[in-house]
Write a protein that binds this ligand. Structure first.
Ligand SMILES: [Zn+2]
Length: 253
């Protein structure tokens, strides 16, 4: 049973399965393409508004299926990462980027300190506080974040299919990679991004200081473009995670 100190605004942060029994907590920072109307789509064209620069297509569906399989809590941000990227600390230059891959973001150009602080307070702080509150309500929690990445980036095709990302604590990532070793999928460590790209913020903020087991999963978005493929991928990832947790815990004991 989850208890949060502050009431949650469910238009900003969504919490699923709050009665869950599992110590695993799934987090999806880039779950939504929603841009509140007052931001006037950040000045983006329709094409960009439907693309991966705005969100992680398919990631929420995969995270939701995994959370159901584990009977685990799922925490998701309800606003586009271009308004505020909840997987970045407020001081990061790409927390509210004026440029993303090949897209300029006019609505993020020349933001004042006050405008930035307003977005931090409205979007990041409630998310940060929900994740920290949920983890604090669980004995020895395990943090798993779920993302998707675009198959073509800056014109180059990526062959990695599933990225298993970690920061300084690689225990769960190591075990996950071992569980996936016999797979036909292309599963790689810290690809297509790694800690040097600043993508492990949620892990560093919420898992590393307390020593919670943690891993960040990145799935190539063309592999989770349909309901059936989301289900199949989520089930595969859940199986590997189950094995990884069993081996990690056995080693810890
Ligand atoms: Zn992401």
């Amino acid at each position: 049973m989850i208890h949060l100190d502050q009431p949650l605004d469910d238009t900003i942060v969504e919490l699923r399965n709050t009665q869950a029994s599992s110590p695993v907590v799934f987090v999806c920072e880039h779950a939504s393409a929603h841009i509140p109307p007052e931001f006037a789509n950040l000045g983006l064209r329709d094409e960009a508004l439907k693309s991966h620069v705005v969100w992680d297509p398919g990631a929420f569906a995969v995270a939701e299926r995994m959370a159901t399989a584990f009977d685990a809590v799922l925490i998701a941000a309800k606003t586009s990462r271009l308004v505020y990227d909840c997987n970045r600390p407020p001081h990061a230059p790409d927390a509210m980027p004026a440029h993303s891959e090949i897209v300029d973001v006019p609505g993020n150009t020349g933001l004042s300190a006050e405008q930035k602080a307003g977005r931090v307070e409205r979007f990041y702080e409630p998310f940060r506080s929900a994740v920290s509150g949920v983890l604090a309500s669980i004995d020895t929690p395990v943090l798993v974040t779920v993302h998707s990445f675009t198959p073509v980036y800056h014109g180059r095709r990526r062959d990695v299919e599933i990225g298993v990302l970690h920061d300084k604590d690689a225990r769960l990532a190591d075990a996950f990679l071992a569980a996936a070793a016999d797979s036909h999928s292309v599963v790689r460590r810290n690809e297509p991004y790694g800690p040097g790209d600043g993508v492990t913020h949620t892990l560093k903020e919420h898992a590393l200081p307390a020593g919670h087991l943690n891993v960040m999963l990145e799935v190539r978005s063309d592999l989770i473009a349909t309901n059936a493929s989301q289900v199949a991928t989520a089930d595969t990832l859940s199986g590997w995670l189950q094995t990884a947790l069993a081996t990690t815990r056995a080693t810890a004991c």
